[in-house]
Every structure is written in structure tokens, then in C-alpha cells.
Design a protein around this ligand. Structure first.
Ligand SMILES: Nc1ncnc2c1ncn2[C@@H]1O[C@H](COP(=O)(O)OP(=O)(O)OP(=O)(O)O)[C@@H](O)[C@H]1O
Ligand SMILES: [Mg+2]
Length: 258
């Protein structure tokens, strides 16, 4: 049984969804002792295999289900494992969401506390049909502080409202770059924080720009898999906030059903 399905989304591409999804999954597993799966559902450009350093095909269980990769304390599977690398995929929403749904059924996930789904960028057919066809507990929205990113965040928020997926909160990525103890706000200051206040959404935390993050993405060894990396605390705080909001949503559900 999968207790919580959480999607990591943003309207805009390249804002750090995959980085957040992966490091959040590892943090929940390593430091909070949950059983966590990560499903890379980015049909346009799956990046999790590269980020966790796997290139081999998944093995099959006795019942012919795909076994997720067990690495860095999590169970991971990517839509990238179902399609040849470098093959441009022009899938329409129902096809892509069908493939993603199939990955939920055809992968031997076992019992999980959390399945984190790294969504493709955008608010089109794929995201819509996926949200409509899965029982999603909530969405985590990632944005840089920049207005162009926030424009797309507003679209994503509207989409989730339309399909009744609760928004758990916003994470502000690439908040600032610190040079000689001075913070440089390359993408503007606190745009996503302000947006969370305007939209009455929980602010789950901020992640600075660190060269270690982009290096880790390429090396296949996620930062939170190391002890004392520069982002371990950041992700532990984000996980605490996330657990808090999920608990709160659950008690509210109970109140409503009474
Ligand atoms: N806080 C950060 N500091 C430095 N580099 C970062 C940070 N967050 C993300 N990156 C880098 O920025 C790039 C984009 O991040 P990522 O792939 O996680 O974004 P994405 O939203 O998943 O992109 P896409 O929409 O293409 O799926 C990557 O090279 C990643 O390593
Ligand atoms: Mg991505």
C-alpha cells in the first residue's frame, strides 16, 4: 500500500523540480525513517536516472513486475527506463498519463509511506490527466523568486484547484547566491515567499544557489545522501514542514467526514 502520493510540480521548466523531488525523497527516507519511492514521470526529459547514477535496465520480480532501483535509501523508477534515451517523445496527455499509471501498477513498490512523483514541467494535458486519474494527497510547488516563474506557478495553482488536489505549499529554489557573506538575489528577492502569502499557501522553505547542487545532479550522487552536506538542514526543515501540513490536512479530513 502507498500511504501518500505527492507530486512535485511547477509551471515552468528548469526551476529545480527534479532536484527537490530527489532530495526530499532521500531526506524523508534517511533522516525521517519513512519508506519512500520516487517516480520520475517527466516524459519530456527524465533526469532521475542520471541524478542517481543508474543506466541499467530494471530487473523483474517473480511476478514479472519491474523492481525499483534501491539506492540512497529510496526506491526509484523512471519513465526514462521505459523509453530509449535521446528519443524525442511526442505524447499526448492520455498516452503519457497512461504510461505513468502503468508504472504505478507494473512496478513492485511494496509498502510505501510516500511516493514522490517528479512531474514534467507545464500545466497541460499530461499533468491534468495524471492529477485526475491518481489519488494524489497533495502537490508541492517549486518556483524561483522570479516573476516569469511565478506566472507559471499561478497557472499550476489553478490547475491543482480545478482537479481538487490540495497544494501542500511552495518551495523557493535558487533564492540567492552567497558571495563573501553577501547574499546576491539573482532572480529577485523572495518572489515565491510573497506569492505564498498572497495565495494563502504554506511556505515550505527556501534553497539557496549552491554549485554543489548542480555538481551533484551531474555526478549521480545526490547531496542529501552524504552526511553534513550544505543542504541537509534545508531539506530536513522542508520535510518537517511538509509532514506538518499533511498531518493538518488529515485531521481536517476527519473533521469534515464527521
Ligand atoms: N539551488 C540550486 N543551486 C544550484 N543549482 C541548482 C539548484 N537547483 C537546481 N539546480 C540545477 O538547475 C538545473 C535544473 O534543475 P532541475 O533539473 O532539478 O529542474 P527541473 O525543474 O526538474 O527541470 P525540468 O523542468 O527540465 O524537469 C539542474 O542542472 C540542477 O542541478
Ligand atoms: Mg526535472
Amino acid at each position: 500500500m502507498i500511504k501518500n502520493i505527492i507530486v512535485v510540480a511547477s509551471g515552468k521548466g528548469g526551476v529545480g523540480k527534479s532536484t527537490v523531488a530527489l532530495n526530499l525523497a532521500i531526506t524523508l527516507a534517511r533522516f525521517k525513517n519513512f519508506k519512500v519511492g520516487l517516480l520520475d514521470a517527466d516524459v519530456y526529459g527524465p533526469s532521475v536516472p542520471k541524478m542517481i547514477g543508474v543506466s541499467e535496465k530494471p530487473q523483474l520480480s517473480k511476478t514479472k513486475k519491474m523492481l525499483p532501483y534501491q539506492k540512497f535509501s529510496i526506491f526509484a523508477m523512471s519513465i526514462g527506463n521505459m523509453i530509449p534515451e535521446n528519443e524525442a517523445i511526442i505524447w499526448r496527455g492520455p498516452m503519457a498519463s497512461g504510461a505513468i499509471k502503468q508504472m504505478l501498477n507494473d512496478v513492485e513498490w511494496g509498502d510505501l509511506d510516500f511516493l514522490i512523483i517528479d512531474l514534467p514541467p507545464g500545466t497541460g494535458d499530461i499533468q491534468l490527466s495524471l492529477c485526475q486519474s491518481l489519488k494524489i494527497n497533495g502537490a508541492v510547488i517549486v518556483s524561483t523568486p522570479q516573476e516569469v516563474s511565478l506566472l507559471d506557478v499561478r497557472k499550476a495553482i489553478n490547475m491543482f484547484k480545478k482537479v481538487n488536489v490540495p497544494i501542500l505549499g511552495i518551495i523557493q529554489n535558487m533564492s540567492y547566491l552567497e558571495i563573501n557573506e553577501t547574499k546576491k538575489y539573482l532572480f529577485g528577492k523572495n518572489g515565491a515567499l510573497e506569492e505564498s502569502k498572497k495565495q494563502n499557501l504554506k511556505f515550505l522553505g527556501e534553497i539557496p544557489i549552491y554549485s554543489e547542487i548542480s555538481n551533484a545532479g551531474d555526478s549521480g550522487i545526490p547531496l542529501t545522501s552524504k552526511n553534513n552536506s550544505c543542504i541537509n538542514n534545508v531539506f530536513e526543515n522542508i520535510s518537517d514542514q511538509l509532514i506538518e501540513v499533511l498531518d493538518k490536512n488529515k485531521t481536517q479530513d476527519v473533521k469534515i467526514s464527521n
